[in-house]
Design a protein around this ligand. Structure first.
Ligand code: EPU
Length: 432
């Protein structure tokens, strides 16, 4: 499947955010912790959710989706070994906690996901071991056993990993006794999961310095929960408005989730207005070069740097993006160069405290602008979800007409993106 994009005009109007991809999939897994129904509102229709629904159904969930809401009901765990599942995302490992709690044993496939550098799961497995599980890594799977149930423990994460924090929480809520997670990730999607679990009957406290305290309970009940809007979509639409010189009201954008991004918007010379129900993004004058460094929340999120890079191609001077979460997240630079962008990537890093300092991984990008993008007649192949989205953004900023192939990867995380972009005035067509 492909998109044909004819770019070069400002995008205007308003767009409503879908429910967060990286929130929804984890909440679906959290629903496995109870034998009662859990209803999720603002449920997005995206590929990653379909992949996660397949996982939950294999495990024993009955899922009903209607009018933007989903009910996930798992009266019993029918299958606690789900190795034969597709490896298209990174969600299965999160099911280890619920499966261990309800079945005493769990086996899930080695993970897939975007190709953005090594993505080990040692923190997840160490957390499960700390909680009393035995864990074996086979050629194709992770196999964990805790026949007597998990017990509370002290888990210290070497890095505030989103997934490992989620694994720790999902495993600890039904464990016997108290768990402390130190150096936890505190992304809005994690706080949303904590709120859902709290309403299911869990006892979870957020302490200072990235500490999370959990008092295990013996049973959780059903819940009705509202999924938070997707802040990555928000950033993509914001960058589109600014880079094309248009103005977009992003309905559902929440200032609390975007504070660092909003500062970057202002520093680069663009602007935003927080209004009732959303945030408007626009560009009052020329853009200027800045440096951004990605970091765990509340820092500048790694998933924001790709759309922001397109915007930086339009800024006067040399901008830098210093990526500190993933070792290899600049493969998209090659695509931007094909659009005419001046972008180079290097491993020399300015900050001795950077976790990649001295490592030969290309985690610093320099972007010189402004450049008029033009990829008339070219064809692009989507590399991964976020860099696929920047192919679209760059194409809409560029002069000329181009084709983007492999867009089902973009559908994994962005709901009906072509339809919504057309409503903003984008000339984008889908071809089967
Ligand atoms: N890490 C380890 N060992 C582990 C876990 C993580 O070394 O056991 C390292 C990773 O290699 C990486 C860093 O810790 O260098 C951070 O990884 P993290 O665990 O936080 O990432 P994740 O949970 O796998 C989620 C999102 C990503 C997002 C990151 C960072 C989902 C499904 N994925 O990944 O989203 O970039 O957090 O915020 O929630 C995307 O949506 O396109 C995407 C890649």
């Amino acid at each position: 499947m492909s998109f044909i994009v004819h770019g070069g005009r400002p995008l205007q109007g308003e767009v409503k955010l879908a429910g967060s991809k990286n929130g929804t999939t984890k909440l679906m897994v959290a629903a496995l912790l109870t034998d009662e129904p859990c209803t999720l509102h603002n449920f997005p229709s995206i590929g990653d959710v379909a992949i996660t629904a397949e996982l939950c159904r294999k495990i024993g969930s009955v899922i009903t989706i209607r009018d933007g809401s989903a009910t996930i009901h798992t009266p019993e765990i029918k299958q606690n070994k789900v190795v034969e599942l597709s490896r298209r995302n990174r969600i299965p490992i999160l099911a280890m906690g619920p499966l261990l709690a309800r079945a005493g044993e769990a086996e899930v496939p080695i993970l897939g996901g975007d190709k953005i550098g090594p993505r080990p799961v040692d923190f997840h497995l160490d957390a499960l071991r700390a909680l009393g599980a035995t864990v074996e890594v086979t050629k194709t799977s992770y196999l964990a056993r805790a026949p007597q149930g998990l017990r509370g423990a002290s888990i210290s994460l070497p890095f505030p990993s989103v997934g490992a924090t989620e694994t720790s929480i999902l495993a600890a809520v039904l464990a016997k006794g108290e768990t402390t997670i130190t150096n936890a990730a505190l992304e809005p999607e994690i706080i949303s999961m904590v709120k859902m679990l709290q309403n299911m009957g869990a006892i979870i406290e957020l302490g200072a310095n990235r500490d999370i305290y959990i008092e295990g309970v013996s049973k959780l009940r059903g819940v009705v929960h509202e999924i938070i809007p997707d802040r990555n979509e928000a950033v993509s639409f914001a960058c589109l408005a600014i880079a094309t010189g248009g103005e977009i009201l992003v309905r559902g954008a929440i200032q609390d989730h975007l504070i660092t991004f909003l500062n970057a918007v202002r520093r680069v010379g663009a602007e935003y207005r927080v209004v009732s129900g959303g945030i408007v993004f626009f560009r009052p004058g020329p853009l200027r070069a800045i440096t951004v460094t990605t970091a765990p929340h509340p820092g500048f999120m790694t998933d924001w740097q790709q759309p922001f890079a397109v915007l930086l191609t339009q800024a006067q001077g040399i901008s830098y993006i210093h990526e500190t979460i993933y070792e290899d997240r600049f493969a998209y630079a090659e695509d931007l160069r094909a659009f005419g962008a001046r972008i180079s990537v290097a491993y020399e890093c300015p900050a001795a405290q950077c976790r990649f300092f001295g490592k030969k991984c290309n985690h610093v990008a320099a972007i010189e602008g402004p450049v008029e993008l033009n990829a008339d007649g070219k064809e692009f192949h989507v590399r991964d979800l976020r860099s696929g989205m920047i192919d679209i953004i760059a194409a809409l900023v560029s002069k000329g007409k181009m084709r983007i192939e492999g867009v089902d990867e973009i559908d994994r995380g962005y709901e009906r993106i072509d339809e919504r972009l057309r409503k903003l005035g984008g000339d984008i067509k889908r071809e089967e």
